[in-house]
Design a protein around this ligand. Structure first.
Ligand SMILES: [Zn+2]
Length: 283
């Protein structure tokens, strides 16, 4: 039985049952029967006899909350929380980006539902992850474009030495992409397109990124992929990174959430057709 269940006798033939953070009050019961029932349940005796109707009541509550289930992993916990249609299949995530970061992430990432692999362009994956340093813009943009054309959801995780940016989750044609992000950064910056002078540079950074920060970003993304799987399998759960970026700065110690709608100047999301005009409006 779960270890977060507690019992308390009250006044006037009442007692309280606490299961996790949920509390239940029982009134009009024989306190001796209640006490005996609780003692037996704690010893693992779940037999219900006619002599103790209170025990039946207590066990009814405990069983209805699944409190006799032995939860040992996230899947069991989510099932207990009402997500009954938890996927039984394994979903493959292809990881692309800076070689050393990809290698590190593959060593760390484990999940009962998701299988992470270095992406091989000959294979097909359910999802993709872009994992690069912010400096390596050409790589970001090249991978972004390739994945957009593969037409599978992908998430971007971009590191600087002491900060990272998680997101967006790109569902091609539907939600914003990494090029939208760089385009919006350019528009919101005083220096404008000065920021994008090096976008085509082949020069690649392999500067040190602290493992503590990598772990935080990678684990956050792992949960985001799991939420995407849950959403696609019909659970009422929203992925957090669709049209959104979460930025974490170690020195500032805060998470900043930024909305990122598709940028009408993004030539990946909006391929130019002559004579067409593009509007993207956030409702
Ligand atoms: Zn875009």
């Amino acid at each position: 039985m779960r270890t977060d269940i507690d019992f308390l006798e009250g006044n006037n033939a009442s007692f309280y049952l606490k299961v996790g953070e949920k509390m239940y009050e029982f009134k009009g019961v024989n306190p001796n029967l209640a006490h005996t029932a609780w003692e037996e349940i704690q010893k693992g005796d779940f037999h219900i006899g006619k002599e103790n109707p209170v025990k039946e009541k207590i066990l009814g509550v405990i069983n209805s909350l699944g409190a006799q289930e032995n939860v040992t992993n996230l899947k069991e916990l989510l099932k207990l929380s009402g997500l009954q249609k938890f996927p039984e299949d394994t979903y493959k995530v292809g990881v692309l980006g800076d070689g050393d970061l990809v290698k590190y992430a593959l060593k760390k990432l484990t999940s009962g539902v998701l299988k992470y692999e270095r992406a091989n362009l000959k294979c097909s994956y359910d999802y993709y992850l872009i994992l690069t340093r912010q400096f390596n813009r050409k790589k970001q943009l090249d991978i972004n474009e390739s994945l957009f054309n593969i037409d599978k959801p992908y998430i971007s995780l971009i590191f600087e030495p002491l900060t990272f940016s998680a997101g967006p989750l790109t569902i091609p044609q539907q939600t914003s992409c990494l090029n939208c992000k760089l385009t919006s950064e350019e528009e919101n910056n005083y220096y404008g397109n000065f920021l994008r002078l090096f976008d085509d540079s082949e020069k690649e950074s392999s500067e040190y990124i602290p493992e503590e920060l990598l772990d935080l970003g990678i684990n956050f993304i792992n949960l985001q992929f799991l939420k995407q799987v849950l959403q696609e399998t019909g659970q009422a759960i929203e992925p957090e990174l669709a049209q959104t970026i979460m930025e974490y700065s170690l020195l500032d110690g805060v998470w900043i959430e930024r909305q990122l709608i598709k940028n009408s100047r993004c030539e990946i999301c909006f391929p130019r057709n002559e004579g067409s005009q593009i509007f993207e409006v956030k409702l």
